[in-house]
Design a binder for this molecule. Structure first.
Ligand SMILES: [Zn+2]
Length: 100
């Protein structure tokens, strides 16, 4: 089920054919066909849920030490969704009196 404000498989598939997956805490690296993921989970499946699912077999998933726990991410998702240089959100400008 798609959560409000979350990026779904369908959102990502509109920008590419594959998604890279990596874990910051273990050697996990991979690349998945978005069409296959959508066939399995549906286009509204949240990327955050996909990350959790993909960490299921990580040896560090259930580590008691939060700093060592598996941390699956999608290294190229920002570049896919927004291009190489993502624009900061408008409300990122805290304490800045730029032209607005
Ligand atoms: Zn991991």
């Amino acid at each position: 089920m798609k959560r409000q404000g979350s990026v779904s498989l369908g959102d990502v598939a509109a920008h590419g054919t594959h998604i890279d997956v990596a874990c910051t805490r273990c050697a996990r690296r991979g690349r998945y066909h978005l069409a296959r993921l959508i066939a399995r989970f549906g286009p509204d499946y949240a990327m955050t849920d996909l990350g959790s699912r993909m960490s299921k077999d990580c040896p560090m998933r259930d580590s008691q030490d939060f700093a060592k726990r598996c941390d699956v991410l999608f290294p190229n998702i920002i570049a896919m969704m927004y291009g190489e240089a993502p624009k900061p959100a408008a409300d990122d400008c805290v304490g800045d009196d730029d032209d607005y």
